[in-house]
Design a protein around this ligand. Structure first.
Ligand code: XIL
Length: 389
């Protein structure tokens, strides 16, 4: 009798699982087959996380989603919203607070989607990461192609930062004020970043000052990719931030996006790198973690690939947990259904912690177990998690 019931449950689980997971199951890949919708309330990332540690995700919408054959994920996908609320204690706007989205025409703001994210977060007791105010990418045509004098452009930036940061004053825990201002060799982006090109490097300090004036409690960050380890790019941030702090510029944080790939080795000096910024008195954060992989011809990752991915997720989380003042850990989407990776990196994918149908991958369990163990180590609680060794 017992085995019949078990078999029925297993069948039901398979029936609810995506074709991708089905193929994976046939190939004996441990997709776990369990569905978030059916999970106990307490079996989530945010529930097991240590107190004061924010486990976040990007809220999917705008950007690449607009060219995909599905409706806006954040506003239209009810199951997505359910998992978003249940699993995470922090949300970031994937695109909805970027210039091209929130300020599409001169003199016209489009706050609808950003407001919706902030409201959702308030209702679900979530922190919000604001992203982003000064960047070389996803700026509207009217800014990039506009024929403005330096004084006009400076006023445009000041007005934008003041307006957007003031609107969400008190609601945003951390702002990515400056995004990706250095290239990989540690040179300031003086050509492709319109603000730095037209206004000079000093504009970066001004952006922090304006943001701080508009919301003195928000923590203001530098954010970039390929700055996980100690390298020319992270060195450039280290030098610049020391400089700015010496001038009392309100810089509060340094964050590593962490778009990783199993193609490359894990940046084993992540913790060392974050620690040197912590030693400057800064907060640090992981802001956009995903771990992409080269997909085999059938599109289905092998068990080994999933294990390697889980290891990268776990090591990134552990590094952050080990660093004083690294209290915000955000993954760049939680389901492959909406990931930006296949759209931007041809032949690569499966980069998030859940399959298309929200069933959990080994990487999900790696995060969950690591959070739970840390909570126990901090003397907080002992969640019952059968999947954790
Ligand atoms: C990506 C979004 O995920 C896509 O939807 C969009 O089309 C392009 O931008 N670094 C960042 C993020 O700071 O804003 C980027 O997000 C990914 C890389």
């Amino acid at each position: 009798m017992k085995s019949i019931r078990l078999a029925t449950a297993a069948l039901a689980a398979i029936a609810l699982t995506s074709p991708l997971a089905l193929v994976a199951a046939a190939a004996e890949v441990p997709t776990s087959g369990d569905l978030s919708a059916g999970h106990a309330k307490k079996d989530t990332l945010r529930w097991v996380a240590p107190k004061g540690f924010y486990i976040g995700t990007a809220a999917a919408g705008g950007g690449h989603h607009e060219s995909q054959p599905y409706p806006d994920p954040f506003t239209k996908d009810l199951e997505y919203r359910k998992v978003l609320a249940a699993e995470f204690s922090s949300v970031a706007a994937e695109n909805q607070m970027k210039w091209e989205y929130i300020h599409p025409e001169q003199g016209r703001y489009n706050f609808g989607m950003a407001d919706a994210i902030v409201d959702f977060a308030r209702k679900n007791n979530q922190a919000v990461r604001g992203h982003t105010l000064l960047w070389h990418s996803q700026n509207p045509q009217w800014v990039e192609q506009g024929d403005f004098t330096p004084d006009e452009l400076r006023e445009i930036l000041r007005e934008h930062i003041t307006t957007v940061v003031s609107r969400y004053k008190g609601d945003i825990q951390q702002w990515d004020v400056a995004n990706e201002i250095f290239d990989d060799s540690g040179r300031l982006r003086t050509t492709d970043n319109i603000w730095i090109r037209e206004l000079g490097p000093g504009i970066v300090a001004d952006a922090f000052r304006w943001a701080h004036e508009a919301d003195p409690k928000a923590k203001l960050f530098f954010n970039d990719y390929n700055v996980e380890g100690v390298n020319p790019k992270s060195n450039a941030y280290y030098t610049l931030i020391q400089d700015l702090l010496a001038q009392d510029v309100p810089v509060h944080g340094f964050s590593a996006q962490s778009h990783l790939s199993t193609r490359y080795g894990f940046p084993g000096d992540l913790e060392t790198n974050l620690n040197r910024f912590a030693d400057l008195g800064l907060e640090t954060a992981i802001t956009e973690l995903d771990v992409r992989m080269d997909l085999p011809a059938d599109g289905v990752p092998t068990a080994e690939m999933l294990a390697k991915q889980a290891d990268y997720y776990q090591r990134t989380l552990s590094a952050c947990l080990n660093v004083e003042g690294c209290n915000s850990f955000t993954i760049w989407g939680f389901t492959d259904k909406y990931s930006w990776v296949p759209v931007f990196f041809s032949g690569q994918g499966a980069a998030t912690v859940m399959w298309n149908d929200f069933s959990r991958k080994p990487a999900y369990h790696a995060l969950q177990c690591t959070l739970a163990k840390e909570a126990v180590e901090r003397g907080e609680k002992h969640p019952h998690l059968p999947k954790c060794a």
